[in-house]
Structures are given as C-alpha cells and as structure tokens.
Design a protein around this ligand. Structure first.
Ligand SMILES: [Mg+2]
Length: 365
C-alpha cells in the first residue's frame, strides 16, 4: 500500500439538473428539480474522488460550479490532505466569509478529497475515519410535502412500503388544526409502529410556533421531533420555544459551518441537531460537528447526502437518524440500499459514489 500523500492532479466541476420522483412542497418553498454540482478530484495513479452538492435553486448552480472550478485551479499540485485543504479554504475566504456558495464549494471539494483519499488507501470512507460500517436507522424523506389530506395518507403508506419504519412529514398548513388533522391522518394510515418526524422549514413566527407545537403535542400523535419551526438563526427564539415545547426541537441543516453550530448550541437552540454535509464543511466540518456534539450528548442526524452521511454517522458517537432522499440517484451508478429501515455504508474503497456518465450527459446544465 502506498502511504505517501497523493498529489491533486486535476479537479473537474459539472452541473446537472435532475428530475424528482415526487416534487416537494414545503413551508420554505417548493423543490421540483434538483440542481447538483458534481466534483471530481483526480490524484496520482488516475484515482478519482467524487462528490456532489445540492444547490437548492438552478439560479445558483452555474456560480457554484464555477466557484468549485476556480478553487480547483488553485489546488492543482497540492497534497491531498483534506482537513489541511479545508483550513486553507477558511483562510482563502476569510474576508468574504466561508458561508453560502463559498461554503458549498468548499464542502463539495472536501467530500471529494476525502473520497479520493479513502480510495488511495483502499478503504471505505467510514473505515478511513476509524469507524466500522454499521446498520443505521434511516427515515424516508422522499415525499410528504404539503400535499394535504387528500394525498398524505396514501403517500405515507407508500413511503413505509419502500422499506422504512420512519418517515418525514412537512407541516405548515393554514392553521394548527389543519396541521394536526394531516398529522393524525398520516398516523392513522401508518399505525403506531412507524416513527414520524415533522418539519416546518422555518415558516412560522415564534407565537404561532408555540400554538402549533402545543396542538401537535396535545394530540398525542407520538411525533419524534419538530424541525425548524421558526427562522433557524433566531437561536434565542428557538431556545425560548424549546423551553415551552413538549416535543423535541430539531435544527441544524442551515448552519454554515461549526461556528454557526457553536452559536446554536451556546444558545440552547435545540434538543437535536442535523448538520448538512454541504453546509457544515463536508467530511472535515462534519467530524468537527461530531466533536461538538459528543461531550454534550447531543443526538446528530444527517440532512441530505445519504451516500456520504452513512459513513459520517458511523463515525459519530451521538449518531441518531439518517435522512434518506434519492435526489442524486438519477446520476449515480448504484444508489445506497435500505434494508428493514436501515442503511449500511458500502465496504468498498471510498464513499461509494460513481457517476452514471450517460445520465450526467443527459441532465447536463
Ligand atoms: Mg428540514
């Protein structure tokens, strides 16, 4: 085995816009197509590390791809030491701030760099991080947008039927009674044995959030958590709400890096936390987030990126739930399998991401 640090020979960034099986209406807006920036880092011996980052809106796809390419030019010839490279991005973007598009680009490059390093070492990403692959509980987040009483019960049954024992339900209907009615219909449809997570996508004000969480808790529906009821970065507001809420508050997917996460934790903003690999700083940022969570006993769940998160959660002492979405599946050779509601990191070199090049060409943006 070659123990020398490989050299980055080339970096390629491409954009695709892929279709969604179930367009997702949330309290924070609708996602109908998935814009993804794909990154490939080539190192010595022709080894290629790959990753993708979700760009939320097609408007941001071109700029993110270009930013990744620009950074890639500067990385050509650098040693493949992902954490050191990530700290280099912190320095490079200190005056701009490592957040927003810059953080998405840095996170994508970091994930691809770790993938390349794992392949160079001949181990899976989770083994490179010192962890063994293990079955992780996954919830099905591929549907149950704001589709109303007419569609929600059937879709809930469909999501469970895909092999899951937990599902995510978006809320934010016209009032508390409407939220409770849909949540009750979904609970009745799937039965008591299925876990249900709920998500407001930041659409409530603090007063309304208090009313709705009280109504949901009072309905006794056995909900696992209430996600982002209010603006995620109103950390003091989240903490006040949490003090009154009879259901666990979940936030984290919108925090830019561990410095945002530290502010949220210092404020006591949530009971649970769910970093997004594309916003927290890739693998490097995630491992630092796991280090913040461990001494606090803070349960960490993932947001998007199941193919990477399945490795990251295995290396996270306070691992909680894997969010399962299939958004990148159209451009992947093999999707992450879920068996009996659990996903296990593939025990092959790297993270297990390989592009379906015909599909990448078809969906090129
Ligand atoms: Mg969410």
């Amino acid at each position: 085995m070659d123990h020398a640090t490989p050299i980055i020979r080339n970096l390629r960034a491409r954009g695709v816009v892929v279709p969604m099986k179930r367009p997702l209406a949330t309290g924070g807006g609708t996602v109908a197509k998935v814009p993804l920036a794909l990154v490939d880092i080539e190192i010595d011996h022709g080894i290629v590390g790959s990753a993708y980052v979700f760009c939320y809106t097609p408007l941001a796809l071109g700029p993110v791809v270009q930013l990744i390419g620009n950074i890639g030019e500067a990385l050509r010839g650098a040693h493949l030491a992902p954490a050191t490279l990530f700290d280099g991005q912190q320095a490079r973007f200190r005056l701009l701030g490592l957040q927003g598009l810059a953080m998405m680009a840095a996170s994508a490059i970091d994930m691809a760099a770790w993938d390349a390093l794992a392949k160079a070492r001949g181990v899976s990403l989770c083994r490179l991080l010192g962890a063994a692959p293990m079955p992780l509980p996954a919830y099905n987040s591929k549907g149950l947008g704001l589709i109303g009483m007419e569609g929600a019960p059937d879709e809930a049954r469909d999501l469970v039927g895909e092999g899951f024992t937990a599902i995510k339900l978006r809320l934010g209907y016209r009032n508390a009674a409407a939220d409770v009615a849909v949540a009750r219909a979904v609970r009745d449809a799937v039965g008591d044995g299925i876990r249900i997570m709920t998500d407001y996508n930041q659409c409530l004000d603090p007063a309304e959030a208090e009313i709705r969480i009280r109504a949901l808790a009072g309905a006794g529906l056995g909900l696992d958590w209430v996600e982002e009821p209010v603006r995620f970065d109103d950390y003091a507001g989240c903490a006040r709400l949490r003090a009154k809420a009879a259901l666990p508050i979940q936030i984290g997917e919108n925090c830019w890096g561990v410095h945002d996460m530290q502010k949220a934790l210092a404020a006591g903003a949530s009971d649970l936390f769910m970093p997004d690999a594309g916003k927290i700083g890739g693998v490097t940022g995630w491992m630092r987030a796991a280090g913040l969570a461990e001494p606090r006993g803070l349960p960490l769940s993932s947001h998007l990126y199941p193919e990477y998160s399945v490795h990251l959660l295995a290396a996270t002492p306070t691992r909680h739930w894997l969010e399962y979405v299939d958004w990148a599946e159209p451009v992947l050779k093999s999707p992450l399998p879920v068996v009996d509601g659990h996903a296990t990191a593939p025990d092959i070199p790297g993270a297990g991401i390989e592009w379906n090049e015909a599909a990448v060409s078809r969906y090129a943006a």
